[in-house]
Design a protein around this ligand. Sequence first.
Ligand code: ATP
Length: 301
Amino acid sequence: MSALELRSLQKRYGEVVALRDVDLTVRRGEVFGFLGPNGAGKSTTIDIVLDYVRPTDGTATVFGLDAQQEGERLRQRVGALPDMRLFGHLTARQHVQFVADAKGCDDDPVALLDRVGLGRVVDYTADGFSTGMGQRLKLAMALVGAPDLLVLDEPSTGLDPNGAREMRDIVREENARGATVFFSSHILEQVEAVCDRVGILSDGEIVAEDSIENLRDATGTQATLVVSVDSLTERAVAAVRDLEDVSDVVADENRVRVTCPDERKAAVVDAVRTDDATVLDIESDDASLERLFATYTGGLR
Ligand SMILES: Nc1ncnc2c1ncn2[C@@H]1O[C@H](COP(=O)(O)OP(=O)(O)OP(=O)(O)O)[C@@H](O)[C@H]1O
């Protein structure tokens, strides 16, 4: 049985078609990235999965439980980080305790708050929290009861780079203990760093569902690679230029920049080392990921 199944899901708000026809399967134990530009329908999909919103047509099931029919049982097994307001007059501890009581579990709020980096403010009220602290608190609430499925809607919102990294670490830890993670974002690097597979939603429809690697192969999306060495010879540059599928070769004193498919990166590094140069640094930019996203969502063709 899969962790999450969406079948022919449709949602209209009056004239606005938020979801056209969404079919998606998230397997048990995977970290699945749910990608899409603003307004694509990600939040609507998540709200339907959590039964905050009813679909116009189609079904959403979590571990075989129908979101509309068995919402209460379903929520027992799910931890969600929705874009929900916190209660300013309640402390961090009270927020987590509230979820623990609702789920009927005896998790220690302080341990959970410690895990998300709020160990020192457990008795502070949420009204003084920054956006990032609020986001951490919502994550602690999502972790209550060691859920089988974690649904994280834009979890990195408001987090600084350290916070974003800690969020990724927690996603990995949760996945390692067996949780399936469904992770929505429009920040591609975040998704690539933790996700096994991704689904790309565009204009209310899934336009791609695969590993990022396979999607790259399918679209022939190229990466930019910069190799820095201790000394660069003309022979080495010529060897790089001779490589198949490698283009836009630019060389300066001790660096070579090229455009190539992922699977040619190793050949480029080998060629740069033709005269036994020592590799000092290898950089590969994320532009390829941006292009991949744009290819599927209509930003670039
Ligand atoms: N309550 C609502 N009433 C009317 N239209 C809505 C409502 N909620 C969402 N929509 C519309 O449905 C579409 C999908 O919105 P949704 O918030 O699901 O997208 P999203 O992918 O989560 O976007 P974002 O990345 O900006 O959060 C948009 O056109 C939005 O304006």
